[in-house]
Design a protein around this ligand. Structure first.
Ligand code: ZN
Ligand code: ZN
Length: 408
């Protein structure tokens, strides 16, 4: 009998062989499909017969942090509390960055595995995720972005630059993700952790559509490393935090609904406050534009129902939900979303006020995520799985369960 632990009401077997979960940021399924068709991902192609290829739904808002935290806790945001990069704190009337672990309301599978005696390693591309993913984790945890600053005392490892043989990559580069894989391979070979979590960045996917030379080269790079990790005997589970879609018209102009401007025109500047939880310190490639926005009502004189009807009639808006509806449907913490939740259609993003968005960094047609249209993501394993066919709606945050509990 394998030993088990319980985390957030789910049971996980402690792995008897190294198990690696990879979160490929922004991995719309067609990226893998196109790379395979172009002959650039032979290892992933081979998993059709030797492994298991499934699809699952990510968490809405289809953003990076809510989904990475769902994956490592095995639970939706209503349990772990992280539902965006930002929320509006109604008590202090300020916009609060949710990168700090004090906003995390649940333990991670990673930390609990380590507490049960397993050796655990985490490598993330951007440093913004490191402290959340590494919360209470006794083990290796660092970001590629700050790989030059790792210390054994703080990050559980040192000299990673020398081991990987790469300089610290730019935060806006494909190499930032490559570094994650190179470091993961080195750690697998030397420390051989029982459990490892690798999380990349979606810089490439924001810029390049599936099947383009740049996207195929990126997936070829990942395929190469996944093959190496497989050759070292690791169990692999590959999923994504969310998909990615073009958010443009037929000639590449962005489709943007500037929601704060529209609401101000209709109801006056003091009636509403639009919060975009995609906003983060690294906005160059998407201009803080995604297909999800929340609205706080500031003026009791205008009814929420009337404002919802007004927003629902705007071209490009897919859905408008009350706080209660959104927290139930998407399993969100109701105290950290707005009075109204708005989702953009597949080709549309939601902005606040036009003058608040710096679009000068958008040198190629806008691609982004956040809505329902980016919910489907791959769940790919290098082993056959048992007991899963058609039994339940799969989520990306089932990936640890599938990799640890369902190996054939
Ligand atoms: Zn992401
Ligand atoms: Zn993104």
């Amino acid at each position: 009998m394998s030993r088990k632990i319980e985390v957030n009401n789910r049971t996980y077997s402690i792995p008897s062989q190294p198990t690696i979960v990879v979160c490929v940021d922004g991995c719309e399924q067609d990226y893998v499909n196109q790379a395979i068709l172009a002959g650039k991902a032979p290892f992933l192609a081979s998993l059709r017969s030797s492994g298991t290829v499934l699809a699952g739904d990510c968490v809405v808002p289809s953003f990076t942090n809510p989904n990475n935290l769902s994956i490592v806790t095995g639970a939706p945001p209503s349990v772990h509390g992280i539902c965006g990069n930002f929320f509006f704190d109604e008590e202090t009337q300020t916009e609060v960055l949710m990168n700090d672990p004090r906003y995390l309301r649940a333990p991670t599978i990673l930390a609990e595995m380590a507490r049960a005696g397993a050796s655990v390693a985490v490598v993330t591309a951007k440093d913004k995720l490191r402290s959340l993913l590494g919360h209470r984790l006794e083990g290796i945890c660092f970001s590629a972005e700050k790989a030059d600053q790792v210390t054994r005392q703080q990050h559980g490892i040192d000299d990673i630059l020398a081991r990987v043989g790469m300089p610290v990559p730019s935060v806006y580069s494909a190499e930032l993700s490559e570094f994650v894989f190179a470091a993961g391979l080195s750690i697998l070979r030397e420390e051989r952790p029982d459990l490892m979590y690798l999380s990349t960045t979606d810089y490439v996917q924001h810029k390049h559509a599936p099947g383009t030379p740049e996207a195929n080269a990126f997936y070829a790079m990942m395929d190469h490393y996944l093959q190496r990790l497989h050759d070292e005997g690791a169990v692999l589970g590959v999923t994504a935090d969310h998909g990615m879609n073009a958010k443009t018209d037929a000639i590449g102009r962005p489709n943007i609904v500037f929601l704060q401007d529209r609401l101000d025109e209709q109801y006056g500047a003091q009636a509403t406050r639009v919060i975009l939880p995609i906003t983060d310190p690294y906005v160059v490639h998407h201009g803080a534009l995604g297909s999800y926005a929340t609205v706080y009502l500031r003026d009791g004189n205008v009814s929420g129902r009337e404002i919802m009807a007004f927003i629902a009639a705007i071209d490009g808006v897919e859905a408008v939900l009350t706080r209660a509806e959104a927290s139930e449907r998407f399993e969100l913490p109701s105290d950290r979303i707005g009075d109204i939740v708005v989702l953009g259609e597949r080709l549309t993003v939601l902005g606040s006020a036009a003058d608040k968005h710096d679009l000068s960094g958008l040198t190629v047609p806008l691609r982004s995520h956040g809505g329902l249209s980016e919910q489907k993501v791959p769940l790919i394993f290098n082993r056959k799985l048992r007991d899963i066919a058609g039994t339940r709606r799969l989520r990306n945050f089932d990936v640890f369960d599938l990799a640890l509990n369902h190996l054939a």
